[in-house]
Design a protein. Structure first.
Length: 144
């Protein structure tokens, strides 16, 4: 069975490019949404393996969305598109994504990043500012 991937971005063109890039590899099923609310609704119905979240979602912060999604599925891998391609602007409030993705992206690098995350291997694409978390429980600081 192909892994399920959630793409949440308010930018329809970016979401469509991400979806096409991943589906063309014929390895993944991708669900695209344009709000945090839609992402949570989709995640309640589909057990996603990985989520790509755009930090520019306007209906909730990316930190709140990440926390809610991981609360629904602790094994969920998270990739975040930081504002202005700057991971320092994420304000994750103790929650760390498994990797960040800058725009524009190179489709083969995206597929490699997703493959690596889903296979549990460290990735070269992961942000140095936001370390890769080995387990979902390690994503939360004990002292926020």
């Amino acid at each position: 069975m192909s892994p399920d991937i959630l793409v949440a971005t308010p930018q329809a063109a970016v979401g469509e490019l991400l979806r096409l890039s991943l589906e063309e590899s014929r390895q993944y099923r991708v669900r695209m949404v344009q709000s945090g609310h839609e992402a949570l609704a989709a995640a309640s119905r589909i057990p996603f393996d990985l989520a790509i979240l755009d930090a520019t979602l306007s209906d909730q912060t990316v930190a709140t969305l990440m926390r809610s999604l991981v609360g629904q599925r602790a094994s969920l891998k998270l990739v975040v598109i930081p504002p202005e391609n700057d991971p320092a602007k994420l304000e994750p409030n103790g929650l760390r994504p498994d990797a960040t993705l800058n725009l524009p992206f190179y489709a083969p690098d995206l597929v490699e990043l997703v493959n690596s995350l889903l296979q549990g291997a460290p990735t070269k694409e992961a942000s140095k500012d936001i370390p890769i978390a080995d387990q979902a429980c390690d994503r939360f600081n004990k002292n926020p």
